[in-house]
Write a new protein. Structure first.
Length: 457
């Protein structure tokens, strides 16, 4: 009769002792579920039919990005431009209908060799629908419009209807593990350990936040140990050709005399190597935990010291990960920067200054011309990875400017509309994903220089 144990009991009595020497308690549950699923499937494929149940899995396929281009204020002569990867196409309205623009843009986009290998355009009459060709690939689009006549400013709005996603494997929680003998549980636990150390992609996170690296010697030893346990289970319990005591006596004799790896069996040297590798991994884990504790105490001590402003400030992409990093003009902490006197007092070594993470742009980067006519010019900018925008506008005549933010499916004004020939503004982009710069020319042949900087923190 099969023996059944709950998943929690199996995890604590068989799994944890097998993997704790390598990972401690640092494995995550999703990785453990997927690895256990792979180990059970592997065991069943090798003939251990009494191990189960097989956990159910669901594969979610990757999806492509779907984007809408929504034209409005369509008047004959108004120009609608679309840009992707620094390549642009433009359509000038020949009728006062939205369908005229969507049909024209759809045709131009699908005829462009840069565009048609990345996405396909569909004319939905009221909008152009762009569907990515490669699932999981993210795409950024920009638009600019120019008014020919009338009072309404033309708009070509970019709306990301659905973001791309990568494929996923979902594994259901196990409630119990069944097997004819306790040896099967040990074999399964050894299999989980082997799959964990052999796959550098689904590796776990250490206390220090660094990926555990693949250890070739440990991987080889874990595989040999797993193969030996599978062989034992098959010969003793499935084939009934040898007793357990005879099998392990045979293995002990082989392991003490053999030189090379034979039929997946461990030599004595390999047994010693796996013990040594696990011991070193455990010591490294203890060291990381100690470093983490010291870092926390050091952070508490540093937070009590008064910060002093230095001549030049820097912004960090990830301050929390730079707690103990120092710069040539001060010491970095997650709270800010200390002066040279702090370094001298605590005898802290200097390192290179952390670079500022910034993206600069001008008119042409987003399709806004340097010579404006009377009319509306606008462009959408993705800012998911940025926290602040500095923008400067210098023009030969007055222009109007405003910044908009995409909230749901609606553009909302971030600031009141400004009219001037020299505009300098800074904006916080917290929780913003896409912004829109809207500039309106008021005088024919107005020279414009727009420059901006996006900061990551």
């Amino acid at each position: 009769m099969p023996t059944s144990v709950s998943w929690k009991l199996f995890e604590s009595t068989y799994l944890r002792p097998q993997i704790s020497d390598v990972y401690g308690a640092q494995y995550d549950e999703e990785t453990l579920k997927k690895t256990t699923s792979a180990a059970i499937v592997d065991l069943v494929s090798k003939g251990l039919v009494d191990v189960g149940p097989l956990p159910t899995t669901t594969s979610i396929a990757a999806t492509a990005q779907i984007t809408y281009l929504n034209p409005s204020q369509v008047i004959i002569g108004n120009k609608f431009s679309f840009t992707y990867n620094n390549v642009s196409v433009s359509f000038t309205a020949t009728a006062n209908t939205i369908a005229n623009v969507t049909a024209g843009l759809t045709s131009l986009i699908n005829a462009n060799s840069t565009f048609n290998v990345k996405f396909t355009a569909y004319n939905d009459s009221t909008r152009v629908r762009l569907v990515g060709i490669t699932a999981g690939e993210s795409q950024d689009f920009y638009t600019v419009t120019e008014r020919n006549s009338g009072t309404g400013n033309p708009v070509l709005e970019v709306i990301v209807n659905s973001k791309p996603s990568t494929s996923q494997l979902l594994v259901t929680d196990l409630t119990s593990i069944n097997a004819n003998y306790a040896d099967a549980f040990t074999t399964l636990a050894a299999g989980v350990k082997y799959f964990l150390v052999s796959d550098p992609v689904v590796k776990l996170q250490t206390a220090a936040g660094l990926d555990i690296q693949k250890n070739e010697a440990l991987t080889s030893a874990c595989k040999a140990n797993y193969d030996t346990l599978i062989l034992a289970y098959l010969r003793i319990h499935i084939l009934n050709e040898i007793t357990a005591s005879a099998f392990w006596k045979e293995q002990l004799q082989i392991s003490s005399t053999q030189v090379g790896n034979v039929s997946g069996q461990l030599t004595l040297a390999e047994r010693l190597a796996i013990i040594d590798a696990e011991k070193n991994a455990k010591l490294a884990e203890i060291g990381r935990e100690e470093d983490k504790a010291l870092s926390i105490e050091d952070q508490k001590r540093l937070s009590s010291i008064e910060l002093k402003q230095v001549d030049r400030a820097y912004e960090l992409e990830n301050k929390a990960s730079l707690v103990e990093i120092t710069a040539s003009n001060g010491a970095w902490t997650s709270a800010g920067q200390f002066t040279i006197s702090y370094l001298d007092y605590y005898a802290t070594d200097l390192q290179d200054t952390v670079p500022l993470v910034i993206k600069e742009f001008i008119n042409s980067d987003y399709g806004i011309p340097s010579i404006l006519q009377i009319g509306n010019y606008q462009t959408s900018i993705p800012v998911t990875n940025y926290k602040r925008l500095d923008i400067s506008i210098i023009a030969s005549a007055n222009v109007t400017f405003k910044l908009q933010e995409l909230v749901g499916l609606t553009w909302q004004d971030v600031s009141p509309e400004l009219t001037d020939n020299a505009i300098i503004k800074s904006y916080s982009l917290i929780n913003s994903s896409v912004i829109k710069i809207v500039i309106t020319g008021l005088v024919t042949n107005t020279e414009l220089l727009l420059s901006g900087q996006l900061y990551s923190n």
